[in-house]
Design a protein around this ligand. Structure first.
Ligand code: COA
Length: 171
């Protein structure tokens, strides 16, 4: 069988159970998966790249054919440098489609030897997004159905100053 290396890029701010679901499905399809933590020009991440990398490495350590790294610059250049010929993206709902279609098209213009493949997460995780998880954590809600405990702890610590200042305000 041909060995295909695939890259799964994202901001992973933070990594969720939905992302892990996509990684797990990908490990059954490709010889190697590179989870690539990048920067989106449209978003300002709350967790530093080093923290996102550490969390993803810890959570994905159980998959022997998964490598986690961060990248900057164009995704297709990084993919090529890593020997990846497939870009994996998760498609959760029809609302993801237009943006994902644009991104796949842009990446194909940049390098037409790299194919984008879309995978859907299990129904249970179809509505999770990192920003939703951040908002729940910020407002003191329980994020444990959506993220692993290592992530929940980091988010809790991240938002402690915010919760303390809010509690002071309402005293
Ligand atoms: N489970 C949970 N969440 C999921 C998900 C799943 N299965 N599938 C998608 N998502 C969510 C993410 O949580 C994220 O949510 P958020 O917007 O609330 O944070 C959202 O869908 C998509 O974000 P993400 O996967 O992080 O990708 P992105 O759209 O932010 O793109 C890069 C990030 C790094 C891939 C992209 O900006 C990039 O390629 N940058 C490099 C520069 C480049 O090459 N640009 C040209 C390419 S167009």
């Amino acid at each position: 069988m041909q060995k295909i290396v695939a890259i799964y890029p994202g901001t992973f701010d933070p990594i969720t159970k939905g992302h892990v679901d996509i990684v797990e499905r990908s490990t059954r399809l490709f010889s190697k998966i590179i989870v690539a933590i990048g920067k989106s020009s449209k978003k300002k991440a709350i967790l530093p790249s080093s923290e996102r990398l550490k969390l993803a490495k810890k959570i994905l350590a159980r998959f022997p054919n998964v490598e986690v790294c961060s990248f900057s610059g164009l995704l297709v250049n990084f993919a090529q440098a890593k020997g990846a010929t497939v870009i994996i993206r998760g498609l959760r709902a029809i609302s993801d489609f237009e943006y994902e279609f644009q991104m796949a098209d842009a990446n194909r213009h940049l390098n037409d030897k790299i194919e984008t493949v879309f995978l859907t997460p299990t129904e249970q995780y179809a509505y999770i997004s990192s920003s939703m998880v951040r908002e729940i954590a910020e407002l003191g809600g329980d994020v444990s159905p959506f993220v692993y405990k290592e992530v929940a702890e980091i988010l809790e610590n991240f938002y402690i100053p915010f919760h303390n200042s809010k509690n002071k305000k309402y005293k």
